[in-house]
Design a protein around this ligand. Structure first.
Ligand code: NI
Length: 170
């Protein structure tokens, strides 16, 4: 079960990234929309409504979840860049994935991710070492993270869910 849920292993928790790792996270975030579109291209509605594992989200839910999650991630990044160690707002991703817009075609979320990730990667590419080290706090976990960690987390998160989709679509 763990291998099915976490095909790439657990979420990395780096304290600080090297300049090379920052560049790689920026590249991965910029590339996610193209990789996601390739993973779902030409698939039937039946395939899009197939769970990636027993009891797991469907391909359609995973795509819409990526849009929901990454919208929140960019808000968190901007809060961290503009406020002193802000507390971010947790949300119930499972309940978000049950709201009626989860049944929409993929294109609205794919288009949203195209624009969001273009801006996200462009912003990351401008960050100074001091900005990469800026902090934010997740109140539910009572833990403080850095912009480095946020970038590594979401570079991983995109790959993690594309791997789920690839289990269904090949
Ligand atoms: Ni996720």
């Amino acid at each position: 079960m763990t291998a099915l849920r976490y095909p790439l292993g657990p979420l990395p928790q780096p304290l600080a990234l090297t300049p090379q790792e920052r560049a790689e996270a920026t590249r991965a975030i910029g590339a996610l929309p193209t990789e996601l579109r390739a993973a779902v291209a030409g698939q039937s509605e039946a395939v899009l409504d197939t769970p990636y594992r027993d009891g797991g989200w469907t391909v359609r839910q995973v795509v819409h979840h990526l849009a929901d999650s990454h919208l929140n991630a960019v808000v968190r990044l901007k809060l961290a860049l503009t406020e002193e160690n802000p507390a971010v707002k947790p949300y119930d991703e499972g309940r978000w994935a049950e709201l009626p817009d989860i049944r929409l075609p993929l294109e609205p979320s794919l288009s949203l991710l195209d624009g969001l990730h273009a801006r996200w990667a462009a912003l990351l590419a401008t960050l100074t070492p001091g900005q990469w080290a800026r902090e934010w706090t997740h109140p539910a976990q009572g833990q403080t993270f850095t912009v480095d960690t946020l970038a590594a987390m979401y570079a991983w998160h995109g790959r993690h869910h594309v791997a789920h989709i690839r289990r269904v679509t090949g």
